[in-house]
Design a binder for this molecule. Structure first.
Ligand code: B16
Ligand code: MG
Length: 221
């Protein structure tokens, strides 16, 4: 039983993971390099600056700190071009129902995302008001797989890690949550994600019950 849920954003609440991939790929191609969808799994959940460094390392490309800052700005402009017209139709399946159910039953809700665009995206899709606390890339100093994002989320809700569950779509995010002592639900493929409770394709596949301020996951693997 859990008293709080910490939601990742990209790839869990909204389908922006694909937009990040497209924008990074465009940037990599503009630098004369490329990366695969399998490599992209290593970028999911990782902050902007750290993601660029990984891509530069893959391509054995050296850039100064100033050039890296400029490249991050360009990537974000391309990402925002892709995500700017988002609306509630891009909320992933099962998310709205789960948020409604949690809220109706006084289960605490926070966001734990690496993205600096999190507030903009949540407002664009009309989900901002569900969150009691938003821990995003503007509030953290250490990128996932460090547990800081989720530790701050639990703290903001006044809960211990053992009282919260983290919902994540990334390898690094699951790693971060586990190392902070959180149970985890994976969104994606169980071959890729080693979640502690269950990995589902999307939240419509998750059996749960919300009652008197607690969430119970009914079906576990
Ligand atoms: P931004 P999440 C992460 O969000 C994305 O998975 C990752 O691909 C992105 O690089 C990172 O946010 C930073 O995002 O460039 O918008 O600040 O999955 O932790 O919600
Ligand atoms: Mg994610």
């Amino acid at each position: 039983m859990y008293k709080g849920v910490l939601f990742d954003l990209d790839g869990v609440i909204v389908d922006t993971a694909g937009y990040h991939f497209q924008a990074w790929k465009r940037l990599a191609n503009s630098l004369g390099t490329d990366f695969t969808t399998i490599q992209n799994e290593q970028l999911k959940g990782v902050g902007r600056v750290e993601s660029l460094q990984i891509i530069l390392d893959w391509g054995e490309i050296i850039k100064t700190k100033e050039e890296q800052a400029e490249l991050c700005i360009i990537k974000n402009e391309w990402y925002l071009e892709l995500s700017t017209n988002m609306d509630e139709s891009e909320i992933l399946p099962g998310v709205k129902d789960m948020l409604d159910s949690l809220k109706e039953n006084q289960v605490h809700i926070a966001l734990g995302s690496a993205s600096k665009n999190a507030v903009t995206i949540l407002k664009a899709v009309g989900l901002f008001d569900y969150f009691e606390s938003i821990i995003d890339g503007t509030k953290t100093t250490r990128s996932k797989p460090d547990p800081q994002t989720f530790e701050l989320g639990a703290e903001a809700l006044g809960l211990k890690p053992s009282e919260c569950i983290v919902i994540e779509d990334s390898i690094k995010g699951i790693e971060a949550a586990k190392s902070g002592g959180f149970d985890t639900i994976g969104i994606g493929q169980s071959e890729t994600l080693d979640a502690s409770i269950i990995t589902v394709k999307d939240l419509t596949e998750l059996s749960y019950n919300c009652e008197d301020g607690t969430l119970t996951i009914l079906k576990r693997t």
